[in-house]
Design a protein around this ligand. Structure first.
Ligand code: CMX
Length: 137
């Protein structure tokens, strides 16, 4: 797939407000965007560090993916997202190699990206996201 970089690391938190305070006041990063992604049932906060973002994820529904994750595992790293080009082709390659896809077709994610998830059972327990910024093309 040859991803160019880690686009972001998603971290599930109980309270966006409390976690944003840590990232801003202790780590000294600047939150540049807060965005609700209704279909994913999350509210997100973004920080940039080098080429990589930190995406804090607060659940807006206990039955959503982050709500269920927090209930089962508690706060922590939720997923790692790799920046790729031609995401549709990369998904076909992954599927052909026997990787279980969550999204067989990319959809619109936070921060304007086209995103698709690979199932953590196929990726060594780490929920893996592919993403592409089509605006850069
Ligand atoms: N990382 C690693 N493992 C995870 C996981 C995660 N983030 N989320 C769930 N799992 C594991 C569970 O621990 C569970 O494992 P066991 O069977 O060994 O107990 C298994 O996957 C099934 O978990 P579940 O709670 O029953 O949840 P579902 O099967 O209903 O859904 C998943 C799991 C990964 C398919 C679902 O969370 C999903 O589709 N995720 C992709 C979308 C997403 O996470 N969106 C939020 C972020 C959006 C954004 O960044 O914009």
């Amino acid at each position: 797939m040859k991803p160019s970089h880690i686009e972001h690391i998603g971290i599930a938190v109980n309270s966006l407000e409390t976690a944003v305070t840590f990232y801003e006041k202790i780590l000294g990063l600047k939150c540049y965007k807060i965005e609700e992604v209704a279909d994913q049932k999350v509210k997100t906060a973004f920080f940039m560090i080098g080429q990589t973002k930190i995406e804090l994820l607060e659940s807006t529904d206990p039955e959503g993916p982050v709500g269920k994750f927090l209930e089962k595992k508690g706060e922590g790293i939720h997923h790692i997202a790799f920046a790729v080009e031609e995401i549709e082709e990369k998904l076909r390659e992954a599927e052909a190699s026997g990787i279980k896809l969550i999204d067989s077709v990319p959809r619109k994610g936070a921060d304007g990206l086209s995103i698709a998830f690979l199932h953590p059972k196929s990726t060594f327990g780490v929920l893996t996201e592919l993403c592409e910024d089509k605006r850069k093309l």
